[in-house]
Design a protein around this ligand. Sequence first.
Ligand code: PMP
Length: 407
Amino acid sequence: MSMTSLLSPLGTRLASRASQLKGSIIDNSTSLLASQTHDIVRFAMGAPNAELIPEKDFTRLSGMPANGRYDYAATEGVPELVDQLVEYHARHGEDIDPARVLITTGGMQGLDIAFKLFVDPGDVVIVESPTYTNGIGTALSYQAKVVEAPVDDDGLIVEKLRQLVEETGQAPKAIYTIPNFQNPSGRTLSEARRRLLLELAEEWDAFIIDDDPYGALRFDGQEVPGFLDLSPGNPRVVQVRTFSKVLAPGLRVGWMNLDPALRQLAINAKQSMDTCTNGPMQQLIADYLAEGKLDKHLDGLRSVYRERKQAMRAALASELGDDVVATDPEGGFFLWLTLRGKYAAVNTEDLFPTALKHGVAYIPGPAFSNSGTFTDALRLCFATSTPERIVTGVQRLRAALDEQIEL
Ligand code: PMP
């Protein structure tokens, strides 16, 4: 199928609900009025006048200048943020067309919009197994048939997908992948497999939902080109990104990089969700980027996370030795631990209350699949704790495991 037929009229591969995503004339009037230069009496938006917003108190309390950001913002995003984001990535060799950018309320909203646009009930979505819990949850909320595909140290085993699709008897509508430092395993999809996945998506007329919150957090090894580097402008690739892991999750600001025609549908979808992303928080990030602070901050994060990952792997080796297998991520937040040897029979969901009693928390493996597999595995986030606390946590995990096998 050609790229034109993919998208027009609304494309057969889009979910049938996509034709009902009409957008909001009210919300669109925000951008329309912002672009007018002559005097207009505003009877359009249901918005309080700036004088009626307690901006002074907000500024006193938050230290943030109002900048008019307490009003509704354009659904596509605060222009300063889009400009800063494009400039920042251009400086790092990544050309992003602003017509492809949609600012979202966190990465989660990007995922919700993507599944909403592509998935009709019963449509197949291929996911990595294990994968991000909320990614599965979002696909299921649109009644996707979630098909789990195996992974190894090079990420999703793309070579096995053809056989999986034959067994399923249904071509996928979308492949949901977290290509860099995957949640939960920390693994990265190899370049050869990214290329093959692009070919298969073309063959199956499917979308690739490229969920990439951690890509900027590489602390070891070589950068792997992204799907859009390998296939610039490919309308099948919908990239979902976020400031949650590089700045702060409480900001709830993320962004999508997607084909402009799809972006228009995504804007329409977002207008039925939340009109626009939080304006003051978008402005805060735009100002932070404009000050040129992000590079130094990211350098700092990378060295902190490298040290923490090393501390966690060293603690796991000394405390748990051959009775566990841990992944060795080159970036991101997570490490995936599989129990074996004397702990092989421990169920990590059953272990959880014991671990909590010993003063350590993790996410049990079954949270990362729809089929309840990975009872012998768990996800550890090394990003949150200092190396000293990591050692304490792993010692507590060992104590919990030892108690569990005595039960
Ligand atoms: N995708 C993945 C793979 C994630 O790990 C997360 C956060 N845990 C998200 C999406 C959601 O990001 P946000 O907090 O920006 O909504």
